[in-house]
Design a protein. Structure first.
Length: 134
């Protein structure tokens, strides 16, 4: 979808390497009910500029089913961050609450994943960020 940004992404990654940054083997998974403009601001810009690997919860489970439960670990990922919006964040009207996102969230709760809350300027919780090893 964003092929025209590939050159910019490569330049950004080269600049990061030259500054001494090293790869961070983390996969970012999001709840696809997140409204597209919100996703663009919160996540996609990091994909564009820093090369973050970002996929939807549905794609995550589809890949595990097709490639096996150790697929992401075999690619070198050590950790995942899963991002779930609250009712305070604009959501995609076509996606009420995806089954895959609910399944992932419950899986992370069962694994006692670390949970961080992002607070909106209103003072209300906007996002829950879960982190766990792969």
């Amino acid at each position: 979808n964003y092929g025209f940004l590939r050159k910019l992404q490569i330049e950004s990654l080269d600049a990061a390497r030259k500054s001494g940054a090293s790869p961070y083997a983390t996969l970012v998974i999001y709840d696809e009910s997140l409204f597209s403009l919100t996703r663009l601001w919160v996540l996609d810009r990091h994909f564009f500029y820093e090369g973050w690997p970002i996929i939807s919860a549905t794609d995550y489970f589809d890949l595990l089913e097709k490639q096996g439960q150790n697929y992401f670990h075999s690619l070198g990922f050590k950790k995942l961050y899963a991002i779930f919006p609250t009712a305070e964040v604009l959501r995609n009207a076509k996606v009420e609450y995806p089954e895959a996102a609910a399944l992932l969230r419950q899986n992370l709760i069962d694994r006692r994943a670390e949970i961080r809350k992002i607070i909106a300027p209103s003072g209300k919780e906007a996002f829950y960020i879960y982190s766990a090893g792969l």
